[in-house]
Write a protein that binds this ligand. Structure first.
Ligand SMILES: Nc1nc2c(c(=O)[nH]1)N[C@H]1C(S)=C(S)[C@@H](COP(=O)(O)O)O[C@H]1N2
Ligand SMILES: [Mo]
Length: 415
């Protein structure tokens, strides 16, 4: 009880400080305008009663990634980026979740009643499951991000959707892969699994057994409803924190094998050692400010809540820092809500903009102590040709700078 009272008093004190000290007055200057009624009323269409739809005044949309049309002239779908600039909280709505297909795909239209998952290879008992059977098993629900290894920022990108839109975060529900592997009984020497989707290129990936037994999930649920067709309906593999490509969609087969298999997807992951592989597949600690971000405009000086997302394939987000002077000094941002392992975590930073040009950056530290690198550090690490700018290969988890001009416009500040 006593604790509650203190909390409340603290809150009021803080609010007062915010209203006075940070110039919230400027934010509320339109409050005296005439209040108007709604334009119209929405009636009992299927959109209201059957399956809800967002307001027609909300038009946040995904866009094809990397200048490649999706669908292309053959009707194949390629990577599509999520509008992170409009995101609030940590959940990406299923309709806005980024979408990845390795080499372009027709999205399979699968009847869940006919779908089967086979577990075979180096196991005591090969097993085949219907979706109904999978749903009878003990389930888990977890928050996890997925990120494409091709989620890279470059100086031609103007918005955070272009620089970082190939990652999203959802609440996933399904069965732990370990539950099924234990049921099948992995034989001595079964060090890897190959997971395969139903489409022509099969979306196959080779994953170390330690990861498979640790936290891999076979998901049928996403954000409280069945996984969407674009995300792998009726069943997808989730390898938390691993590069997007390992999260096999439209999953139909898991084969336990004794060595690394060179699948179509694995051309970029040439390592035969399960431990090196597991580390190399992990997304590094990463963060980005989503507001203010490229293409947005600050309407005036005064108080702003700087807000962004942080994540890491190595664990939970432990700390996020924000710089308002191009990385010369750093201040702790506030972590909003719970930082879950391998999940987007929202951070905020109270900021008073004095109207002068400046550069905003954020950097993340995860709970195994990894710190997000600067762009120079990351590109030095990955660049095979010293002295050449840009990334030759490898993930880009470097710090994203946003420049604010004195007119309030926000720009990508990558040199
Ligand atoms: N079956 C299958 N699974 C796949 C792919 C694919 O082409 N086929 N693409 C992968 C890639 S490259 C990425 S980045 C992620 C994207 O997951 P999402 O579409 O749910 O965001 O799925 C992976 N799983
Ligand atoms: Mo991807």
């Amino acid at each position: 009880m006593a604790e509650k009272k203190t909390d409340r008093r603290e809150f009021l004190k803080r609010s007062a400080a915010l209203a006075g000290g940070l110039g919230l007055g400027a934010v509320t200057k339109t409050a005296s305008a005439q209040l108007e009624g709604p334009e119209a009323f929405l009636h009992g269409t299927d959109e209201i009663v059957g399956y809800g739809k967002r307001s027609r005044f909300v038009n946040s949309k995904r866009i094809p990634h990397g200048g490649r049309a999706s669908p292309d002239s053959f009707g194949l779908d390629f990577h599509i980026a999520a509008p992170l600039q409009d995101s609030v909280g940590v959940i990406t709505p299923s309709s806005l979740h980024y979408m990845g297909t390795t080499r372009g795909s027709y999205i399979p239209d699968i009847d869940p009643a006919k779908h089967r998952l086979m577990i075979h290879g180096m196991v005591e008992r090969p097993l085949v499951f219907t979706m109904e059977e999978l749903k009878r098993l003990p389930s888990v629900t977890r928050m996890h991000f997925v990120e494409c290894a091709g989620n890279r920022s470059n100086r031609r990108h103007t918005t955070v959707q272009e620089t970082h839109g190939m990652t999203s975060n959802a609440e996933w529900t399904g069965v732990l892969l370990s539950t099924l592997l234990e049921e099948a009984g992995v034989l001595e020497g079964g060090e890897w699994i190959v997971a395969e989707g139903v489409e022509e290129v099969k979306g196959a990936s080779t994953i170390p057994m330690t990861k498979a037994m640790d936290d891999c999930l076979l998901c049928y649920g996403m954000n409280g409803e069945p996984v969407r067709p674009q995300q792998g309906f009726p069943l997808r593999l989730l390898a938390p924190g691993f590069e997007g490509i390992f999260n096999v969609k439209w999953l139909r087969r898991i084969k336990v094998v004794d060595r690394y298999y060179m699948t179509y997807n694995d051309y970029g992951h040439l390592t035969q050692d399960p431990v090196t592989a597991a580390l190399g597949y992990q997304i590094g600690p990463k963060s980005v400010i989503t507001h203010p971000s490229g293409g947005q405009t600050l309407p005036g000086t005064g108080f702003y809540e700087v807000s962004g997302l942080a994540w890491s394939g190595g664990g939970k987000v432990a700390r996020v820092e924000v710089s308002t002077n191009g990385g010369q000094s750093w201040f702790d941002a506030e972590i909003r809500g719970t930082a879950y392992p391998m999940a987007h975590t929202r951070f905020t930073f109270n900021w008073d903009w004095d109207g002068s040009p400046c550069e905003l950056q954020s950097r993340c530290t995860d709970d195994i102590g990894q710190l997000q690198p600067s762009r120079a550090q990351a590109s030095e690490f990955f660049n095979q040709t010293p002295g050449q700018p840009g990334f030759v290969r490898g993930q880009d988890n470097s710090i994203q700078p946003w420049r604010i001009e004195s007119d309030g416009s926000v720009h990508n500040a990558i040199a």
